[in-house]
Design a protein around this ligand. Structure first.
Ligand SMILES: Nc1ccn([C@@H]2O[C@H](COP(=O)(O)O)[C@@H](O)[C@H]2O)c(=O)n1
Length: 196
């Protein structure tokens, strides 16, 4: 199954109010400054009507859409958003998947059907939304815009500690590797001597 994300898998509105797109979730979050929020809203009000204008061709819209997200990305980059903040930003938002999402996501997963989500939105945000709804199954593949974080040493250390047995910092030597090699070779040597 190939699907779009914003307004396709997510609700358009709830209780008479528009639901946010993955971009809007970030744009409206309290970690984005008021000045930046205003600029992003101005962009939305200018470009969104172009996006949905049935009288313009895709060829006409294409460069304008690229212009929109280039400007939006430049503004968001200035906000120095950090990776660990994404989960809270999504939790604080009014984003909602469409009613019946559990059946949709779970049925595809249980039937071994890959779900490819192509989105011009923000991949980090939409993945987190699906994750928080407990339906981010391994059959899901997202093709979208991902943020490039300048992670601090602390954040990287935590991630590396989860992934690896040994994490070295500020060590320009091969001392640990050589130590492990010596240990392995000694053990092999001893095992060889014990053989009848
Ligand atoms: N700065 C932007 C750029 C785009 N959008 C909206 O996001 C939608 C992209 O999501 P899809 O999953 O539908 O590809 C797109 O339709 C734009 O309306 C935005 O809100 N802010």
């Amino acid at each position: 199954v190939i699907s779009d994300f914003d307004m396709t898998l997510t609700r358009f509105g709830f209780n008479g109010k528009r639901c946010p797109t993955s971009y809007n979730i970030l744009d409206n979050s309290k970690i984005v400054s008021e000045d930046c929020q205003k600029k992003l809203k101005d962009l939305l009000h200018y470009y969104y009507p172009i996006e949905i204008d049935p009288n313009r061709t895709v060829k006409e819209k294409y460069p304008l859409m690229v212009e929109w997200w280039t400007k939006a990305h430049d503004l968001l980059c200035q906000q120095k958003i950090q990776k660990y903040q994404i989960a809270q930003i999504v939790r604080d938002s009014d984003a909602m998947l469409r009613d019946g999402f559990e059946t949709f996501f779970n049925t595809l997963y249980q039937s071994n059907v890959p779900l490819l989500i192509f989105s011009a939105g923000i991949g980090d945000i939409l993945e987190e939304m699906i994750r928080q709804m407990n339906v981010f199954h391994p059959n899901i593949h997202v093709v979208s815009n991902y943020m490039d974080f300048n992670e601090s040493v602390e954040e990287r250390r935590e991630r590396y500690m989860d992934a690896f047995d040994i994490v070295l910092e500020k060590d320009e030597t091969l001392d640990v590797v050589n130590g492990i090699l010596t240990h392995i070779l000694c053990e092999e040597d001893q095992a060889g001597r014990q053989e009848p």
